[in-house]
Design a protein around this ligand. Structure first.
Ligand code: CP
Ligand code: NVA
Length: 300
């Protein structure tokens, strides 16, 4: 494993190995064991979109590993003024030991990896959010013990989160169901791959998708970069909400997950969110541990 660009690039064994290391790093942190796995290593963090969790977990994560993180806002970088990604990649490779990037197009992340000579980590694109899903899988295993035979249900937009969750769930042996409005399905190639490699249901019916679910996941109706569509999407997605009525059809010990930030009253009710806040904030915490594991694997 040279980069983390999307989960499709990782084998099931590589994913499990990251999760195992993440568990170990969490244990060490909880028990006050500090080890400089990445002493003196420098991670550049390019942000073309806003972030709370990704920025803070990467920055504190590299610090806890003995390294140093540089926050690079695209507003201040020449990349924001049109310097080609090919050149940015080659320049940053001369200074840094790794790059984390959050941007719009997946191609930009792939190009950084192609033209640079250091590991690249995808911190979210319009297509994928692999770091989030590694933390999600870690959290599911903490709560459920294993993955095999679990049913994961996603309610809402077939966006970057849905794309990466499908790949992660199928690779680890979970079945996946998504309820979304027609025309808002996840990436076609990912669905095709999932059908060939596991069990996936894509439906407009929330009832069908949520029936007997072990894990229910949701995300915002309008992702970053879709601000102009926000009002139209509020109408299109209004029924695609995780609420107590829908959730009653899932298993009684269902976990509810959200990558955050959440819009209460839209994709999830305040009641359900607060009833499952423990899972949701454990999930947010696990970003730190999962990404520390990714950095150790890639930068050491
Ligand atoms: N879930 C997630 O990536 O959060 P941020 O946008 O705050 O980084
Ligand atoms: N789908 C959301 C996820 C945020 C973490 C977005 O792209 O804005």
């Amino acid at each position: 494993m040279k980069h983390l660009l999307k989960l499709q690039d990782l084998t099931r064994e590589e994913i499990l190995s990251i999760l195992n290391l993440a568990d170990q790093l969490k244990f060490e942190r909880v028990n006050g064991i500090q080890k400089d796995y990445l002493k003196g290593k420098k991670l550049g963090m390019i942000f073309q979109k806003a972030s709370t969790r990704t920025r803070v977990s990467f920055e504190t994560g590299i610090y806890e590993l003995g390294g140093y993180g540089l926050f690079l806002s695209s507003a201040d970088l020449q990349i924001g003024r049109g310097e080609p990604v090919q050149d940015t990649a080659r320049v940053l490779s001369r200074y840094l030991d790794g790059i984390m990037i959050r941007t719009f197009e997946q191609k930009e992340v792939e190009d950084l990896a192609k033209y640079g000579t250091i590991p690249v980590i995808n911190g979210l694109t319009d297509y994928a959010h692999p770091c989030q899903v590694l933390a999600d899988l870690m959290t599911i295993r903490e709560y459920k013990g294993s993955f095999k035979g679990l049913k994961m249900t996603y309610i809402g937009d077939g966006n970057n989160m849905a794309n990466s969750l499908i790949v992660g769930a199928i690779k680890l042996g979970m079945s996946f169901a998504i309820a979304c409005p027609k025309g808002y399905e996840p990436d076609k190639d990912i669905i095709k791959w999932a059908k060939e490699n596991g069990n996936i249901t894509v439906t407009e019916s929330i009832e069908e998708a949520i029936k007997d679910a072990d894990v229910v996941y949701t995300d915002v109706w309008a992702s970053m970069g879709m601000e102009k569509e926000k009002q139209a999407r509020e109408k299109i997605f209004k029924d695609y909400q995780v609420n107590s009525k829908n959730l009653a059809k899932a298993k009684s010990d269902v976990m509810v997950m959200h990558c955050l930030p959440a819009h209460r009253g839209e994709e999830i009710t305040d009641e359900v969110f607060e009833a499952h806040a423990k899972e949701i904030f454990d999930e947010a915490e696990n970003r730190l541990h999962a990404q520390k594991a990714v950095m150790v694997k890639l930068l050491k």
